[in-house]
Design a protein around this ligand. Structure first.
Ligand SMILES: Nc1nc2c(ncn2[C@@H]2O[C@H](COP(=O)(O)OP(=O)(O)OP(=O)(O)O)[C@@H](O)[C@H]2O)c(=O)[nH]1
Ligand SMILES: [Mg+2]
Length: 444
């Protein structure tokens, strides 16, 4: 395959930046840039080499070489460790580009690993989930799926499905002498088995839907009237001037997302448009997004201030999520009834912010410790779709069975098998024969 390269580390100033390359005959390709490398590179060896451009040294690097097919992608693979200045990394990328090594598209290394049969589609998806996991607990689940496929819920379901299919084959076509051994397998038994499988498929789909978070992590929405200081608080909590702050009401139009990383997981903070009646189309859209988020987040901070001291007339706490009423701009005025508010803060002077942040981090910790994602949740939307399609075939099979059409019931299951072939990977015929054979040998 044509050689590709991508920075593995982000392009920021850091001690070491890593570039990953994959393709055919990589050692020949990179030799002009690293002339001191030996002509043949050994598998899993580290080389120290200087990158040279038109006779002048560019950077001292370490190169780690994996020989095809014993690499992640199944092709020759090189990781270059260079000094992590982003300009240096970009320059090295340009030099590699000059050698005909193009920038990889997102996910292209995993795609090649899949195409070269180094990883299955499910493994690729577990890997993706591992990389994006918002907490260590979720990382562990994905890693569990990645390291052994028998832990993956799709494999468990596929196994039950194949046993069912084998049962159908056996009942429709078996040697006479096995009649007795199979006599206790009636269409009722088949129906029970189909229903059990249908239930476990639905459970996995529901569990995944519950574990799925629109914002990928414990999410806190900052909401309230325009100009109450939402964006100022957002910036203060993140210690970053991400959001535009201005004395004009209606400044924030969109949902802004920031992240705080804790050892137990990420806290996603959302700044939103101030909620007020508005004629402005863009602002209306911002307000619609803010309102919609109210029902999708894990905690709401409602910001009241001297101009708008009241809480909202609708309280999201009805849904059972933590809801805090904050009084901002306490540097200007203290509320007449302070006990009504959960926190008195000032985004300007930072008063009250340490205890607010402490509270939010405790909430996030409780959230992650009490909602460890079950290892039986799926890794991707594609997997959910596969299971939905499988469930459809199984349901059709059950209704054919109910009307006594066992042949049509079997063909509906065959359709399910094709769904699994596409979604999980081809099922070898031998796998089914083995199961049928085991059933023949029930009494032996
Ligand atoms: N005195 C004082 N002023 C504040 C405080 N917090 C914010 N402000 C000011 O209030 C004004 C509005 O602040 P923003 O953070 O933009 O308010 P917002 O709620 O995001 O406003 P919208 O995006 O328009 O809904 C700005 O002039 C801020 O400087 C505070 O704690 N004390
Ligand atoms: Mg704002």
């Amino acid at each position: 395959m044509e050689p590709i390269v991508a920075p593995v580390t982000v392009l920021v100033s850091q001690p070491v930046g890593i570039l990953r390359l994959s393709g055919d005959n990589l050692s020949d390709r990179i030799k002009p840039l690293f002339p001191s490398l030996p002509s043949t590179l050994e598998h899993r060896r580290i080389y120290r080499a200087t990158a040279i451009e038109r006779g002048s040294p560019v950077d001292d690097c370490l190169l780690l070489f994996f020989k095809a097919p014993q690499s992640f992608t199944g092709e020759d693979l090189v990781e270059i460790q260079a000094h992590g200045n982003p300009h240096n990394i970009r320059h090295l990328l340009a030099l590699l580009h000059g050698l005909g090594i193009r920038l990889a598209r997102p996910g292209e290394f995993s795609l090649r690993a899949y195409q070269n049969r180094k990883i299955s589609l499910l493994k690729a998806e577990s890997l993706h989930r591992m990389i994006l996991a918002p907490s260590y607990a979720e990382f562990q689940v994905a890693h569990h799926h990645y390291t052994s496929s028998e832990n993956h819920p799709l494999y468990g379901i596929r196994d039950d499905f194949l046993n069912l299919l084998a049962l159908f084959f056996t009942l429709l076509d078996h040697p006479e002498e096995e009649e007795e051994a199979l006599s206790n397998l009636s269409p009722h038994v088949l129906q029970d088995r189909i229903q059990t499988l249908e239930r476990s498929i639905s459970e996995v789909i529901n569990r995944t839907a519950k574990a799925k978070k629109p914002f990928n992590g414990f999410t806190v929405l900052i909401a309230g009237h325009p100009n109450s200081g939402k964006s100022s608080l957002f910036n203060r909590i993140l210690k970053d001037n991400r959001a535009i702050v201005s004395p004009l009401p209606g400044t924030t139009r969109d949902l802004l997302e920031g992240r705080l990383s804790f050892p137990f997981g990420d806290l996603v903070l959302l700044d939103s448009a101030g909620l007020r009646p508005s004629e402005d189309g863009i602002e209306q859209e911002g307000i619609r997004r803010a309102r919609r988020s109210l029902s999708r987040v894990d905690c709401v901070l409602w910001i009241a201030c001297p101009d708008f001291p009241a809480p909202p007339d609708f309280l999201p706490s009805q849904k059972g999520i933590p809801f805090f009423l904050l009084w901002n701009k306490v540097d200007l005025t203290t509320p007449s009834d302070p006990s009504r508010y959960d926190h008195l803060v000032s985004a300007r002077t930072r008063r009250g912010l340490p205890s607010l942040c402490e509270r939010l981090s405790r909430l996030a910790e409780t959230y992650y410790s009490s909602s460890l994602p079950g290892s039986s949740s799926l890794d991707s939307d594609r997997q959910i779709k596969t299971l939905r399609r499988l469930r459809l075939s199984i349901r059709r099979s059950r209704s054919f069975l109910e009307s006594g059409r066992i042949d049509l019931a079997l063909s509906a299951l065959e359709e399910g098998r094709r769904v699994l072939d596409d979604g999980v990977g081809a099922i070898p015929a031998s796998d089914i024969y083995d199961r049928v054979f085991n059933l023949f040998c029930l009494g032996k």
